[in-house]
Design a protein around this ligand. Structure first.
Ligand code: BTN
Length: 254
C-alpha cells in the first residue's frame, strides 16, 4: 500500500497486485474484506482476465500500461447520476491523455472509449452497486495503453508511446489521472453543471457530424452522428430523421 499527495481521497489507499484476473472483479469479490476507504485504488501489473463492456476482453501487456480500478462509496448518488458520471470519467481520461499529448487528436468514442489519432488508447468499465435505490459502490476500471509498442491481433489499439515516440512513466500518468478522476467524481456528486459535462463530452465526440455505420440488432444503420443527449443516448440522423439509441443498442461497424 502507498499514499499519494495530489488528491484529497482518491488513491490515498492504493493496493498494487502483481497479477489478478481483473481489478474490477477483485474489488467486487472482496467487497467486505478490503479497506473501506472512499477512493481506494487497486492497480495490477498484469490482468489475466481483464474485462471490457459487453463481455469483451481487455488485453494489456504486463508492466507497460495502466490497468486499475477506483472504488468510490457515494452517499447521495442516484442511478440517474450514472449518465453524467460516465461522461465525466471519459472526459477525465480524455483530458489526461490530451494534456500529455497536446498536439494530438484525442476524442471520446461513445459511450466511453478514448481514441488517440483514430485508434483506441483507453477503455473504461464502470460497475455500480445499489442499496435502497441509491448507488453505494462505484467501481471505475480504466485500462490505458501507455508504453506498449505492439498489439498483436488488435489493429485498432494504440499506446501513448507509439504516438509520442518516447515512453511515459506510468506512475506519473496515474497521478494525473487520479486527480482528474477525483474532480470528475466531485463534480457529479455536487450535482452542478450537468449541461457543462454534456457539452464538453459532445465537443470531443468521435466522428461527430460524420456518416457512420452501426449494427442495431439485425439492421445496418448508416447515419450521421448528431451527438449525445442528456440521457447518454447517441442521436443519429438517418435520411433526415433523428433517432436516439441507448448503450447496448448499437454496435459500431468500422
Ligand atoms: C472497454 O474497453 O470496454 C473497457 C475496458 C476496461 C479495462 C479496465 S482495465 C482495469 C479494469 N479491470 C478490468 O477487468 N477492466 C477494467
Amino acid at each position: 500500500m502507498t499514499t499519494r499527495n495530489n488528491t484529497v481521497f482518491t488513491g490515498k489507499v492504493l493496493i498494487r497486485l502483481r497479477e489478478v484476473d481483473s481489478t474490477n472483479t477483485w474489488i467486487r469479490d472482496n467487497r467486505e474484506g478490503i479497506p473501506a476507504d472512499h477512493g481506494l485504488v487497486v492497480i495490477a501489473d498484469h490482468q489475466t482476465g481483464g474485462r471490457g463492456r459487453q463481455q469483451k476482453k481487455w488485453v494489456s501487456a504486463p508492466g507497460l500500461n495502466l490497468t486499475f480500478s477506483v472504488r468510490y462509496l457515494p452517499r447521495s448518488l442516484m442511478p440517474a447520476d450514472l449518465v453524467s458520471y460516465n461522461m465525466a470519467v471519459a472526459l477525465a481520461v480524455h483530458d489526461t491523455v490530451s494534456d500529455l499529448l497536446p498536439a494530438e487528436k484525442v476524442e471520446v468514442k461513445w459511450p466511453n472509449d478514448i481514441y488517440l489519432n483514430g485508434k483506441k488508447v483507453a477503455g473504461i468499465l464502470i460497475e455500480s452497486g445499489l442499496r435502497d435505490n441509491r448507488i453505494d459502490q462505484l467501481v471505475t476500471g480504466i485500462g490505458l495503453n501507455v508504453n506498449q509498442t505492439d498489439f498483436p491481433g488488435l489493429p485498432d489499439a494504440v499506446s501513448m508511446q507509439q504516438v509520442a515516440g518516447s515512453s511515459f512513466v506510468p506512475e506519473e500518468v496515474l497521478e494525473t489521472l487520479l486527480v482528474a478522476l477525483e474532480q470528475a467524481y466531485l463534480l457529479v456528486e455536487s450535482g452542478r453543471n450537468r449541461t457543462g459535462i454534456l457539452n464538453r463530452y459532445n465537443e470531443h465526440l468521435y466522428r461527430r457530424g460524420e456518416l457512420q455505420e452501426f449494427l442495431a440488432g439485425e439492421r445496418t444503420v448508416r447515419a450521421y452522428i448528431d451527438g449525445v443527449d442528456a440521457n447518454g443516448h447517441l442521436v443519429l440522423r438517418e435520411r433526415g430523421e433523428k433517432k436516439s439509441f441507448a448503450m447496448g443498442e448499437l454496435v459500431w461497424i468500422k
